[in-house]
Write a protein that binds this ligand. Structure first.
Ligand code: ATP
Length: 466
């Protein structure tokens, strides 16, 4: 038995192929040749991503009396993006190859070139102007800033006065609603506002599958604090965010926190950490924890004229609240969970004869994340068995997502469920007709237990704790 190594270059191809074949993720607009870096979540993918979002919301909002939710609109007043600094500086440095016309992010090229230094270069390149195109060695254009915000127009007239933006982050919707939420919910600092929603960025170089796309979903919680308590809460939220990923089964070795280097830190940020996951294509950002100081509410005070000063009666002080931001990408989290769960078993485990042994894939997703919680499998298509199986399905489906499969051998059906991460398979066999019980098989241990039909829903609910 051997497990796929995370650094195998072909591992990502296998995961992408599984995701397409088994209905997790499809290329968008596929019949028209696809649309660069856009993806559609299929029937199992939408369950996985909904579970990611639901579990994030549960931890943040449901289980935390000091955090409330929000769903602000994607289209917002354009002045918001002036205040936030996005119009002036939400840019990536861009260079084009004059020969092959490929487009690159200058900072990514520099990073890659610097990584070569120990082996191949005498001196680190200081600037992208010292580099050539990595694809064809052609000359590169001078670096220029490219704004990542998608523009559109509101109303019938397409002029600069009607120009608005698709939001590049969900956070601003939270900041501008700070007082609405605080007053309507009678919240006292410290408290948080959580939001999940779509964000759009016209990324120069999208890629690595769903890791970097131009349309994606963010899960952000902004925690408003007394400036004196900001450092304390920064540490608290770092710990809590790490524990969320670990509790949902991410292997500790594949998760790390990386402090932002001085030149990465936004000019207003007091401290920032990236949460990184060891993807098959390397360590990459899943989310971040940022101490944003009073930058956001001060800027909105300045640009809107609305004073966000908060009166802390307990402390006898007035101040503009500081913000500890925790941000995460729903798509990146779903991809990390998928990669972490992907396990290959050489020679298989469901076949017994040497002649038909083959490599099997098990998606060891945490049960709470698994798209399907239980599959009902009648041993044969005989009506007396399928009737019991269908009745059982009706009993289980109000409680959690179920599947039904009566096609091909039981071993093959187990494998199909293992491959999509279903934690429990329930077999209805001929004995069921006598003892009114079924066999429940555990995906990971392959242990089988005989459970009475009357108790199977309760048995699974106790095990699943969603
Ligand atoms: P990166 O450095 O990877 O471009 P970022 O630091 O710009 O990310 P933030 O602005 O902090 O990202 O956004 C918060 C989160 O939103 C990210 O941690 C990530 O999970 C998600 N996110 C950002 N950009 C994208 C994208 N293009 N595709 C998918 N998810 C994204």
């Amino acid at each position: 038995m051997s497990k796929a190594k995370k650094s195998e270059p072909e591992l990502m191809d296998k995961i992408i192929s599984l995701a397409k074949r088994r209905g997790f993720i499809f290329p968008s607009s596929e019949i028209y040749g696809g649309l660069n870096s856009c993806y559609d979540y299929g029937p199992l993918g939408v369950e996985l991503k909904n579970n990611v979002k639901r579990l994030w919301w549960k931890t943040m909002v449901q289980e935390n009396a000091d955090i409330v939710g929000l769903d602000s609109s994607i289209l917002m007043h354009p002045k918001i993006w002036e205040a936030s600094g996005h119009i002036a500086s939400f840019t990536d440095p861009l260079v084009d190859c004059k020969k092959c016309r490929k487009r690159f992010r200058a900072d990514h090229l520099l990073e890659a070139a610097r990584a070569l230094k120990p082996q191949y270069l005498k001196e680190e390149p200081k600037d992208v102007s010292e580099l050539k195109c990595p694809e064809c060695a052609g000359d590169l254009t001078a670096k220029r800033d490219f704004n990542l915000m998608f523009k559109t127009f509101m109303g019938a007239v397409e002029d600069t006065a009607s120009q608005i933006y698709l939001r590049p982050e969900t956070a601003q919707g939270i900041y501008v609603n700070f007082e609405n939420v605080q007053q309507s919910m009678r919240k006292k600092i410290p408290f948080g506002i959580a939001q999940i929603g779509k964000a759009f960025r016209n990324e120069i170089t999208p890629g690595n599958y769903t890791f970097r796309t131009r349309e994606f979903e963010q899960m952000e919680m902004q925690w408003f604090v007394n400036p004196k308590e900001a450092d304390h809460w920064f540490e608290v939220w770092k710990e809590r965010r790490k524990n969320w990923y670990l509790a949902l089964g991410i292997k500790a070795d594949n998760l790390r926190f990386r402090p932002h280097a001085k030149d990465e830190l936004a000019h207003y940020a007091k401290a920032a950490f990236d949460v990184e996951y060891n993807f098959p294509f390397g360590w990459k950002e899943l989310g971040g924890i940022h101490n944003r100081g009073d930058w956001d509410l001060s800027r909105h005070t300045k640009f809107s004229g609305h004073d966000f000063t908060y009166r802390d009666e307990a402390a006898g002080e007035s101040f503009i609240p500081w913000i500890i931001e925790t941000s995460a990408g729903a798509d990146r989290a779903a991809l990390a969970f998928l990669c972490d769960a992907y396990t290959e078993i050489d020679g298989g485990r469901t076949t017994t004869t040497e002649s038909n042994k083959e490599m099997e894939v098990v998606l060891r997703l945490h049960p709470a994340l698994a798209p399907i919680k239980a599959a009902v499998l009648p041993l044969s298509k005989k009506p007396e068995l399928t009737k019991v199986a269908e009745d059982l399905l009706v009993k289980l489906s109000p409680h959690f997502m179920t599947a039904y499969d009566e096609v091909s051998s039981i071993g093959r059906r187990y494998r199909r469920q293992d491959e999509i991460g279903t934690p429990y398979c329930i077999t209805v066999d001929f004995e069921t007709l006598q003892d009114q019980a079924v066999t429940v098989r555990d995906r990971d241990t392959m242990k089988q237990e005989r459970i009475s039909l009357a108790e199977v829903a309760k048995y699974l609910q106790d095990k699943l704790v969603l």
